[in-house]
Every structure is written in structure tokens, then in C-alpha cells.
Design a binder for this molecule. Structure first.
Ligand code: 13P
Length: 334
């Protein structure tokens, strides 16, 4: 049986993105695959009064089950209301949809937004598949994110060894032909906690820390010029906070040379037409660091609630920090 996202109390991205582009901030798109992450995301969104996008990746669907995740998102809306958010602005988004059938099933199942990622296909095939998904999704007022250009890195089952920046000369034709609602672009971000090799970085002479290459703001600017006011999306935007990497390593982990996108660069991007920023790895690092620390300090604990509670608190702190200090979406919920 088909269900509309509207019946579930979810919203699509249309109005949210228009406001974010105008207001010079970005909406957080946080991936989730378990209850503690979802609780932390909702609590952070309610407390900071930020609209939020809950993202479900292919890996999350395989891990947690697509049906369960959808009902969890529906539960998130009710939970947000219980926490005092009268009209929650929560989007349920399919991250990296790889086929028409999958996108269609998500539309039919109550998702309010889907991504069709056909960026690895030749240009004309990307256009064709994206257009097909848009045609179906728009019948139900579901918004569609598409992608042009290729990000490097590994994220769940999406991976590529090399990146290709989005070509600004293609964007007008692509958006016109596909009628997509937002466009994910490649300007040097990358999926995962190892976004750059040490060889791609320089070293800060004072701290000895690795400094990653800057994002291609010239490409972003050229795209904005071609598509004024059109919503742009950045994937692979975890900053891989050193404090969480250290926390993991200090308590038995082994994450050498994990490196992300500096937060100042994301802040700068959020002030432009970039209106959706995807963050997944930072949540994994916060959760794992907190669990490792807790178990190392409390070797007798075996009730998962004992170590998941501090992990949830650490994730919430991280989500709030991103919303307030990086994306600037705090206070933007109606
Ligand atoms: P990170 O791996 O940088 O968190 O990126 C997540 C992402 O882009 C999900 O689509």
C-alpha cells in the first residue's frame, strides 16, 4: 500500500532549501542507522531549532532494514513533537539511490526526498535516469537530488578511487533537462574518514598536523554563476574531528592519518548556494570514541545502555556543534 510522506508528518526539501540559499546557511543531512543516532539527531535539532534531513544510505538499509528505518523516521516526527517542536521540519531522504526501482519504492513508501546518483554513468544516461526518477517523484511532491561529477572515497557501498570535479559548463543543460530539485557537486570533498592521503596534504610547521588541500571554491563559484539561487549539495563533508580520532586511538583504536574537511571551509560553503551538507563519518567517530572510552574506563560494564548513553550524548554534542558553528541552521525552523 502506498503512503505519502505528508501523512507521516514529514516535509520535502523545496521550501527548506529556498530559505537556506537565501539565508546563507545549510541544512544538516545526517545519516542514521540506529536508534541512538536518531535520538541524538532529533534532540539536537529540537534544541537548536534547526530543520533537519534524516538520510538512509544503501549500507544503512542493508544493516537495519529499510522498513524499520522508515518507521523510525516516522517515530522521529512524533518524538520531536513530544520534545516540544509543534511542526517538525524533518525530511526523510534516500541517500545515493542507484536505480529507478529503488527511488520509486522509497517514494511509494513515505520518503519525502530521494537522491538518484547516476553520476558514474555517461552524461546522457545520467540525464535520462534522473529525468525518469524526477517524473515519478514529482507526481507525489517528493523532491529529487541528482549528482554531477564524481567524489573520491568509500562510503558504505559507494566508492571511487579518483574524483572528477563537476564541470560548470554542464550544469545548466543537466538541470534544465532533468528538472531535479537540487544538485550534488564534486569540488574536492570525499566520503569516509580518510579523505586524503598524507601525500595529498601539507604539514603545519607549528603543530606538525596534516593540512588537506582546499576545496575548489572556484568551481563552486562558476556553478553558482550558471545556476543562480539553485540548491547545491555537498556530500563527504565530515571534518573528522581530531578529538574523536584521538579518543578512538587512545582507547585501543587504530585510525592513523584519518583526515576530513576543515570546518572553516564548510562554513564558507554553507554561506553560498550550498544548502545541504552531508555528515555521516563524524557521527561514527563520536559514537565509537565514546564507547571505546567508556568500556576502557569501566571494564565491568556489559549493559549496552551503560555505554550507548554516553555515546548518544557525544553524538548530540557533535550534531549541535555542526548546526550552530558550521552550517548556521540554528533557529531556522519555523
Ligand atoms: P562523510 O563520510 O564525509 O560523513 O560523508 C557522508 C555523505 O556524504 C553521505 O552521503
Amino acid at each position: 500500500m502506498k503512503v505519502s510522506f505528508k501523512e507521516l508528518g514529514l516535509v520535502n526539501t523545496r521550501e527548506m532549501f529556498a530559505k537556506a540559499v537565501k539565508g546563507g546557511y545549510a541544512i544538516p543531512a545526517f545519516n542514521f542507522n540506529n536508534m541512538e543516532q536518531l535520538q541524538a539527531i532529533v534532540q539536537a535539532a529540537v534544541e537548536t531549532k534547526s530543520p533537519v534531513i534524516l538520510q538512509v544510505s544503501k549500507g544503512a538499509r542493508n544493516y537495519a532494514n529499510q522498513t524499520l528505518l522508515r518507521y523510525m523516521a516516522q517515530g522521529a516526527v512524533e518524538y520531536a513533537k513530544e520534545l516540544g517542536w509543534k511542526k517538525p521540519q524533518i525530511v526523510l531522504h534516500l541517500d545515493h539511490g542507484d536505480s529507478y526501482e529503488l527511488c520509486k519504492s522509497c517514494v511509494d513508501f513515505g520518503f519525502s526526498s530521494v537522491m538518484i546518483d547516476a553520476s558514474s554513468l555517461p552524461y546522457e544516461e545520467n540525464v535520462k535516469l534522473t529525468r525518469k526518477v524526477v517524473n515519478y517523484a514529482h507526481k507525489y511532491d517528493v523532491t529529487v537530488e541528482a549528482e554531477l561529477g564524481v567524489l573520491a572515497g568509500v562510503e558504505d557501498e559507494v566508492s571511487s578511487a579518483v574524483s572528477h570535479y563537476t564541470k560548470p559548463e554542464e550544469v545548466i543543460d543537466f538541470v534544465k533537462k532533468t528538472k531535479c530539485d537540487s544538485l550534488a557537486i564534486s569540488i574536492g570533498t570525499s566520503h569516509g574518514a580518510y579523505k586524503f592521503t598524507p601525500e595529498q596534504c601539507t604539514r603545519d610547521p607549528k603543530t606538525g598536523k596534516l593540512v588537506p588541500p582546499p576545496l575548489a571554491f572556484d568551481v563552486l563559484k562558476a556553478i553558482e554563476k550558471k545556476l543562480p539561487g539553485f540548491p547545491i549539495v555537498l556530500h563527504g563533508s565530515s571534518s573528522v574531528p581530531q578529538e574523536y580520532v584521538d579518543m578512538c586511538n587512545q582507547f585501543g583504536g587504530n585510525l592513523p592519518n584519518a583526515i576530513g574537511i576543515p570546518e572553516e571551509q564548510l562554513r564558507k560553503a554553507a554561506k553560498s548556494a550550498v544548502c545541504k551538507i552531508n555528515i555521516d563519518s563524524d557521527s561514527r567517530l563520536a559514537m565509537t570514541g565514546a564507547i571505546r572510552r567508556h568500556l576502557a574506563e569501566n571494564p565491568g560494564h556489559f549493559d549496552p545502555r551503560q555505554y550507548l548513553k554516553p555515546a548518544r550524548e557525544e553524538m548530540k554534542k557533535m550534531y549541535e556543534h555542526k548546526i550552530i558553528n558550521v552550517l548556521g541552521s540554528n533557529g531556522k525552523a519555523r
